[in-house]
Every structure is written in C-alpha cells, then in structure tokens.
Design a protein around this ligand. Sequence first.
Ligand code: ZN
Length: 506
Amino acid sequence: MGYNALLKRMGEVNDLLCAESMLSWDARTMMPPGGADTRAMQLATLKVFARNHLVADESRRLLDAAEAETANLAADSVERTMCAHVREAIDYHLRIPAELVHRRAEVGSKGQHVWAKARAENDYAAFAPVLEETLALNREMAECIGYEEHPYDALMYRFEPGETIASLQPLFAALREGLLPLVKAIGEKEAPRVDFLQRPFPVEKQLAFALNMARKVGYDTDRGRLDLTVHPFEISFTRNDVRITTRVNDDWMPKSLFGTLHEAGHGMYEQYCDPAYTRTPLATDLVGLYAVGGVSFGAHESQSRLFENQVGRSREFWELNYGELHDAFPEQLAGIDAETFWRAINRVAPGFIRVESDELTYDFHIMLRVDIEAALIDGSLGVADLPEAWNAKVKEYLGLDVPSNRLGVLQDVHWSSGQVGTFCNYTIGNVMAGQLFAEAKKDIGVRDGLASADYRPLREWMTEHVHRHGRRYTREQLLERATGRGLEPGPYVEHLTAKYTAIYGL
Ligand code: ZN
C-alpha cells in the first residue's frame, strides 16, 4: 500500500513539473514578449509547488512506509531503486534552505538583464558584480549540499551525479593528448570549401528536410513536433509528447539540419523510455526538478551527439542520403557531390564561440570552462582576473587571441542565470557517444542498417541499452552494461582521428 501510494504522489510531482515545462515550452516558442514577467512568476510558482509536494511530511510518511514494504526485495530491484531516488531527492532538497533557492533565482533573473547589456556593450566590469554574487551563492549552495574534496563537486552533482573535478582530470588530459595534435596538424592544411552552404536556402524547405531526417533516424512525430526558436531545445511531457525546436539561418544551412538531429537524439531518449516508468521517479529528475527520464545530463547529451555527429556527420550517412538533400535544393547544391558536402560539414575552424564550434574543437571550450569555474568556486581565481585567465586558455588550446570579452568571457548565458557546474556534461556526452556508437556497430544488424540507410536497428540498440532504462541505473552502470567499460575516451578519440585523417590527409 505504501509503495503504490508513494508512486501516486510522485506521479503528481511529475504532473506539476510537466505543467511547468509546458509553460516553459510556450514561453520559448509561442508567447508574445509581453507575457514574460507574469510567466516567470508562474514558472517559479509551479517549481516551488513541485518541490514542496516532494518534500512534504505526507511524502516522507509514504516513503517510510514504501521502504518498509519493499525492504525484503533485492537492493537493486525497480521498487527499491524508485524509493532510493525519492529518498535521495528529499534529502537533497531539505539540505538547501528555500530562502537560498529563492535568492539564487532572483540573482538569476536580474543577472540575465545585466549580462545581456554587458555583452552587447563589451563591458565586463558591469557584469563582474553579478558574477561575484552568483559565485558567493553557489559556494553557499555547495556547503549546504556537501562534498568530500571540492565545492565544485557538489554543484556538478545535480547534472552529473558521481562526477568530480578529480575524476574529470584524467579524462581531460587524455582528450588534450589525443586531440590537440589533430587541431595543430589541421591548422597547417587547406580547409575544405564551404561556400555552397552559405547560399540562400529557403527556411520552410530547410525545416521540412531536417524533420524528415529526424524521422528517418527514429524520432517519432506522432509523439513529437518541431518548432522554431532562437535557442534550440528538447522538452518532454512524458514519453508520449516529446517536442524539439531548432533555429534556421538562411546563410548557414547546417545549423537547422544538425540542430534538429541533435534535439531529435535528446527526444528519442525520452520517447523510448520504458512505458512502465511513465510519471515515476525513474522518468523524473527529482533532484534537478525536471520531468525528464535520462540518467544524467551527460548521458542525455550522448544521445544528441550520437545522432548529430557520429551518425549525421558520417561519410556513410551522406553517401546514402545526399541524393535526397540534392533533390530538395538542386540549385544551391548544383555541381556539389556527396563527398564535397561531407567534407564541408566537417570543416575544422577554431573559433571563439562555443555554440558555433566544430566537432573537434568543441571539447576545448568545455575543458577551459570547467577548469575556470572550479577555480572561481574555490577562490584560486578572482573575478577581476577572469578575462586574462580565459584568454590564456583560448590561446593555449585553440591558438587564438581573444579580441574582446564579448567574444570571450561574456559569451555564455549560464553564469548570468545563476548556474555553475553545468558544462562538463557536453564533453561527457561526446565521450559516451563515441563508446556507445563503437559498441553498437559490433552488431551486424546495426552495421547492415547503417549501410542501407535503415536506422531502425541502431535506434533499437540504443533503446535496448540506454533509452528504455530511464533512471534505472547510474550512468556508469548503464555504460558498463552496454559496453563492458566505464567512461573512457578511447573510442571517441579514435573516431575523431579517423575522420579528420581522412578529410585532411593527416
Ligand atoms: Zn544537447
């Protein structure tokens, strides 16, 4: 009785979070600008209601009863895993005073305005006090959450449970060792031509083609839809309604196509979660308070990166699908063959802006942010010295001199919204995608599918090993079950080395 009653109550928490997500989707796709102020209040209210419903005395009473009722089951049974998630989340939220959460949200909403203006005016000094305040609040937050070695570990916990600044160091070192020589070698080679990607591609046709490709790799539009936004995202209201957005540039065609494949990868993680987990703690992030099923932000990113990069930017994919693209854009792509197109979408061009970076240099943008955030949080780097430290890292990793803070330290929205500790998941996702794709390709059915533009076997492999489990296993357990190994950068580095060696003749 206790267990079922607990699930019923956690279903209500999921409902509240889905309602909040719906208002958020609307705010980012449909809402007129005038709605912004009251919508921010509506979102905050629903988030607080969800949190309070989760930690309420009644929930704790039901949890005690559910734990007693399931005590004789195996420790790794579904029932006890559900209970453990609820216990962990309640403990987490009760360690953080509501007043602190409120203060951080306030600094976040104020900070975004200050940041937008500071960025536009290239005025770091105007943003520095907000950053100082954000760091102080996050340090306070870290002390409440608790950690063993480094306060940054506490902040990462919400996004990438189990990951620490110490555990990231060998991973980052291996990536630097494997990838920096590639970046340097490519810098001395001639870049592939990309001019034809900048020809005018009509928006409607771009969207139609991108959605067609998303469907082809397995995104289910009976339980999803694609809309236009400034910042692409994926959002779900249970597995039965999983929406994605993209942005379209009429002078840079790859943006909409790869943005859509990326978000479709996120979407499939939600769409193919075990239906039995719907509205339960195995398909709800009760710590982060999001109605999502993925086990960590990095695991989620593994699915988006896999379909965007490992599949979508592969030579094999375009050997098979280029004809369809050419049919959709015969004038723009006149005289361009599949090989030329494939080279163009894989051009390496070290740049200043993370969200515009190519597959090879992306991780350097992440590594520099993680190192810098950790140093800011433990106080070994002061806010006044941040631009200098940032620019030095960009020079070291990408060989570039940052010309302005606008193209440097002021580019990301994250800090202005009060968030610290969210960056590592992008690189973890890349590394995991490399491991999972290499493992999936050992399956003859998956390989045959990839060789004949039938992506169903690959999607089913991912569903079997990743999607369906929701939050049933930890990220490391999931990887070990799927590949026999924990997180390791080998297959990812091999993938990049092979691809760029072929393109650039290294
Ligand atoms: Zn993503």
